[in-house]
Design a binder for this molecule. Structure first.
Ligand code: AMP
Ligand code: GLY
Length: 436
């Protein structure tokens, strides 16, 4: 039987998922709030709808006769789209709203870690009262990470001693008036992501990726959804050892065991510190941009994973090409503070095609852009990404830069991502922290 898969979401991550599914033997349909031209081109049908509207998504799934669904972003997971699809008889690869709380509620996430004694959990306290949180900030002798408990697209966290001082942290909380706040021990080190595919109690992991959250080159400026990312040809990254990658996988293993019933992606955001691997957070979906590093090098058929998940089987083992990747996002001018959406932009698909070399490939992923009659318009979120795929990070970086071909009209790019200099500074940073 040919499977019919409904993909929910219209970002760069979902374009990467669509392309992976397109390699397999299935009929693909997609729905998203924006008309992503990359996905629309691949899918047999594309419906513009609000992906947090559970009945709109299930109606479309039923209309196209979906047998499986992949839910890309966190917002539909939080809204219960997986639950609704499941009730409608469509198997969702993505957790229920309750399962997604591991991402959508940071207070729950930390309590869950504490309760199950999962390794890498920071000291933390949760608050429902802003003034109590401010008093805690005043009385604490260590630097803290200040987190709204709910979803903020990766942009709500402020780290004392890094982005803000104590007074600024308190002013921030008073201004935003979040109803629930987590204050936790600040970790110092290098961040990395390991995405695991989970179903029926089995966990299959993917190579580590490093995202770049800060808006500007040299890791300056506000946090974003992620400006770009790289992965190495093996499982670990240049600043870490095999042992440390295994430590992160061990934490994911402990988490899957504690979660019990969970289907979908379990994304671990880790900090490698002088004192081992710590958990910054979990997400209940692929990373964006990280999916664009991981899926293009995955040799295994993603459709086999989805079918095994539905059939109650252990997931198949995954294999990855020994290739490094560098992903660079083009974001609208002013992103993330004052993004200039609604701008007509030029995306040079030919320069991406020309950037491939004898030794490497180039890929383009459309993200939160809207394809209209007159052309491609930016929204207030990330616009498109290019990925270089080659034997080394340096080669992949050069390919990504060629693919961009000096794109700069209406968009901004962090050109430092994946450069030898930036990667070396990560290695040096870990060396310093380890006292080498
Ligand atoms: P999150 O939304 O939890 O991913 O946090 C956004 C960013 O804030 C992370 O990528 C980190 O850079 C930073 N962050 C979060 N928690 C901590 C922590 N405990 N220590 C240091 N930095 C943190
Ligand atoms: N790359 C960060 C995220 O997907 O949350």
């Amino acid at each position: 039987m040919t499977e019919t898969v409904l993909l929910v979401g219209g970002g760069g991550r979902e374009h990467a998922i669509a392309r992976t599914l397109d390699d397999g033997d299935c009929d693909l349909y997609a729905c998203a709030g924006n008309r992503n031209p990359g996905i629309a081109r691949i899918a047999q049908g594309f419906e513009a709808l609000d992906t947090t509207n559970t009945s709109a998504v299930t109606s479309y799934a039923e209309e196209v006769g979906a047998t499986l669904a992949v839910i890309g972003p966190e917002a539909p997971l939080q809204a219960g789209v997986a639950d609704a699809l499941s009730d409608a008889g469509v198997f969702p690869f993505g957790p229920s709203a309750e399962g997604a709380r591991i991402e959508t509620d940071k207070a729950y996430q930390r309590r869950f870690m504490r309760e199950h004694d999962i390794s890498g959990c920071p000291e933390f306290e949760t608050f429902e009262d802003t003034e109590e949180a401010c008093e805690y900030i005043d009385s604490s002798t260590i630097d803290l990470a200040v987190k709204p408990a709910g979803l903020t697209g990766g942009k709500g966290v402020k780290v004392i001693g890094d982005q803000v001082n104590r007074e600024e942290a308190k002013a921030y909380l008073r201004e935003e008036e979040y109803d629930r706040i987590v204050l936790e021990e600040r970790f110092v080190g290098e961040e990395f992501t390991v995405q695991g595919l989970v179903a029926n109690g089995s966990l299959r992991v993917t190579p580590a990726v490093q995202d770049h959250k800060r808006a500007y080159e040299g890791d300056e400026g506000p946090n974003t959804g992620g400006m770009g990312s790289y992965s190495a040809a093996g499982l670990e990254l240049p600043f870490m050892g095999e042992e440390e990658y295994r430590e992160a996988v061990g934490i994911l293993d402990e988490t899957v065991a504690a979660l019990g019933e969970y289907t979908g992606v379990l994304y671990g955001q880790f900090m490698l510190t002088a004192d081992g691997v710590k958990v910054i957070e979990y997400n209940a979906r692929f990373g964006d941009p990280e999916a664009m590093n991981t899926l293009p090098t995955m040799n295994s058929d993603f459709l086999d994973v989805l079918v095994a998940a539905r059939e109650g089987e252990e997931l198949p083992q995954l294999s990855f090409a020994p290739r490094a990747t560098v992903c660079k996002y083009a974001v609208p001018d002013g992103y993330p503070v004052d993004p200039q959406g609604g701008t007509l932009i030029e995306v040079d698909e030919e320069s991406v095609a020309r950037a491939a070399t004898e030794n490497g490939d180039a890929a383009l992923f459309y993200a939160s852009v809207d394809d209209r009659d007159e052309g491609i318009y930016t929204t207030t979120s990330r616009a498109f990404a290019v990925v270089g795929i080659a034997g080394t990070i340096a080669e992949a970086e050069a390919i990504a830069e060629n693919a961009l071909n000096e794109a700069d009209e209406g968009v901004r790019i962090r050109h430092d991502i994946g450069t030898e200099q930036l990667v070396q500074s990560r290695i040096d940073h870990m060396g310093e922290l380890r006292g080498e």
